[in-house]
Write a protein that binds this ligand. Structure first.
Ligand SMILES: [Zn+2]
Ligand SMILES: [Zn+2]
Length: 329
């Protein structure tokens, strides 16, 4: 029997009767992070890193049964040892380490390398089998330094302000929005966030795991000249504003690395900023795990697994529920 297997409900540890990021309702679920393709509603019992507790309650429901753990804290179920370790993806994001009789598996969940100054940076965990995501598992994905990208964002705002325009950045309400807000220039005096982002921030701030200053955007917000608005792209909040103000739109996402996605989204500007590892960082993370067997999920699994096989690794794929780095949630 394998320590973890891919079932119709999701990744399963039969020995402990526990699922990891299951996509159907189960009894016990270990959750890597709060994004909706990982944290589904309806499980009887949730276990996650302690910083994900308030996020899960905010997004799934305040009455869910959830228990939070520190990084590295050992959870023993039927003799199987589980623990959460930093994944560096968003606040509260964790890899799950599973150990049984000396055999170690690690499930990365979503991750990126480097310090984004918002969440705990990724920590490589040694294991025999690594289950890795592959959202950007193609060699065309290579990120520039985030510092450069934030400079570009701040310069873009300054140009728009000089032209008396309102800057609108489309960003995912959990993760990307907090990261951008953290790195906006101090010169930007008017920052407004769409309710979904504003309320997420409020929850995080209340729990002492994030800090930012911005106001909630409402149809009554009048003073938008030179302001910066951060909102998910699906939002209709901009409709009223669009008619009375000249706006410039931008999106911050890893997908902005390809010209077609920029064109299809009808936006003025694309900033390449991702909370996932790029090609090089995926390879770095895999190498530092020292895993001899790699199971690729969540993205370009076929192509990426083929490449890993060429490197001499034992590589396989699992298909998982996957929404990638969408801005629509
Ligand atoms: Zn995610
Ligand atoms: Zn994901």
């Amino acid at each position: 029997m394998e320590l973890l297997s891919n079932t119709k409900n999701g990744l399963y540890c039969e020995m402990a009767d526990v699922y990891i990021d299951p996509w159907r309702k189960v009894q016990k679920a270990l959750i890597t992070h709060g994004h909706s393709d990982h944290a589904k509603p309806g499980h009887s019992q949730y276990m996650c890193h302690k910083n994900s507790v308030s996020i899960l309650k905010h997004r799934i429901g305040k009455n869910i049964k959830v228990r939070g753990y520190n990084f590295g804290e050992s959870i023993s179920i039927n003799g199987v040892k589980f623990s959460f370790h930093p994944a560096g993806h968003i606040i509260g994001s964790a890899q799950v380490r599973v150990e049984y009789k000396g055999e170690i598996w690690v499930v990365t969940g979503d991750y990126k390398l480097g310090d984004d100054e918002v969440c705990t940076p990724f920590e490589p965990i040694k294991c025999h089998t690594l289950i890795t995501e592959s959202t950007f598992g193609l060699p065309i994905y290579k990120w520039e330094s985030p510092g450069n990208v934030f400079n570009q964002i701040n310069q873009w705002w300054a140009e728009n302000k000089a032209n008396k325009q309102t800057s609108v950045i489309y960003a995912y309400s959990l993760g990307k929005a907090q990261r951008i807000l953290k790195h906006l220039s101090k010169d930007i005096d008017k920052i407004y966030a769409h309710a979904s982002i504003y309320n997420t921030n409020k929850t995080l701030i209340e729990h002492g795991i994030y800090d930012t200053h911005c106001e909630e955007l409402s149809p009554k917000t009048a003073d938008l000249n030179g302001a910066l608005i951060i909102t998910p792209q699906s939002s209709t909040a901009l409709k009223n504003i669009n008619q009375t103000h000249s706006i410039k739109t931008a999106m911050a996402s890893g997908w902005m690395a390809t010209r077609n996605t920029r064109k299809n989204r009808l936006i003025d500007k694309g900033f390449v900023l991702s909370d996932h590892a790029d090609w090089d960082d995926l390879l770095t993370a895999i190498a530092s795990s020292e895993a001899e067997r790699v199971i690729v999920t969540h993205g370009y699994q076929e192509a990426f697994a083929r490449y890993l096989s060429e490197l001499g690794l034992k590589a396989e794929t699992y298909k998982t529920a996957f929404e990638g780095e969408s801005t629509l949630k």
